[in-house]
Design a protein around this ligand. Structure first.
Ligand code: SAH
Length: 256
């Protein structure tokens, strides 16, 4: 019987040491690693000698490896009895198509496990100095995509504007101005604080702050682009006092 199995591992938002203990263990024992563009190379360096490393990274407007082919790769290598790590940015089930990949594995009767990760939407924001909730400013948070799958209904920004919580938008950079405008039309105050965080938790992290009406100007000035988080809500105001500089932990020193 085949011992093949796929671990869908969340790599965390970027700082390599934000991977879980279990995720690092999986990488160190993998025979094949299939990884995304946003995955830190420091994590790949933890793979054992002889591990086959396959980059299926996507850029926003360019999909080098179609999803069906990624699914087929996982099925092939696990089917042939290998220990496969599917390494994905953030958490595998937060807009990462992890659900689709696991579905395929389940359909094909292959063994799989999910190793959750720290999503950029929460941990990435924390590294930028923004707490996703705060008792005085936000009692809920909503993680939404700015980019809908073709054929799906567009995001109901007017309804989202009515929810009194922090709004975290992933994959929204190409439509930033339109999204802000829709939120204002939906009833949000034009002065609502907004931050855009690019490469959250990485050494190249960069941020723009403003309001719904003017954030696009600062984003243009700094030339920010994907991958970035757009966060809308009062918690953005805490950034000034909660920003910190993160320490670096080398993975080679981590014993798992
Ligand atoms: N599964 C991932 C999200 C995948 S969708 C997670 O849980 O974080 C990809 C989008 O996530 C990007 O377009 C961007 O909006 C956001 N993203 C992921 N990593 C990021 C990072 N380090 N900094 C800023 N945005 C990030």
């Amino acid at each position: 019987m085949s011992k093949g199995k796929v671990w869908l591992v969340g790599a965390g938002p970027g700082d390599a040491s934000l991977i879980t203990v279990k995720g690092l263990h999986c990488i160190r024992h993998a025979e094949v690693i299939v990884h995304d563009r946003l995955v830190n190379p420091e994590l790949l360096a933890q793979a054992p000698a002889g591990c086959l490393i396959i980059d299926v990274g996507k850029t926003p407007s360019h999909h080098p490896v179609p999803q069906e082919q990624i699914n087929a790769l996982l099925v092939k290598h696990a089917g042939e009895g290998r220990q496969v790590v599917r390494l994905k940015g953030g958490d595998p089930y937060v807009f990462g198509r992890g659900g689709e990949e696991a579905e395929q594995l389940a359909k094909d009767g292959l063994a799989f496990e999910i190793v959750p990760g720290i999503s950029s939407a929460i941990g990435g924001l924390a590294y930028a100095g923004i707490p996703v909730t705060h008792r005085h400013y936000a009692s809920s948070f909503h993680i939404v995509t700015g980019h809908m799958c073709q054929g799906n209904d567009p995001q109901n920004w007017h309804a989202l504007a009515q929810i009194n919580g922090t709004l975290v938008i992933l994959m929204g950079m190409t439509r930033l101005t339109e999204i802000c405008q829709q939120l204002i039309e939906g009833g949000m105050s034009a002065g609502t604080p907004v931050a855009v965080v690019m490469y959250a938790s990485q050494s190249r992290q960069q941020m723009a702050k403003g309001t719904l009406i003017d954030i696009h100007l600062e984003v243009e000035r700094q030339k920010l682009h994907a991958p970035a988080l757009i966060v809308v809500g009062e918690v953005v105001n805490l950034q000034e006092i909660l920003a910190f500089s993160a320490s670096h932990i080398a993975l080679n020193q981590v014993v798992v």
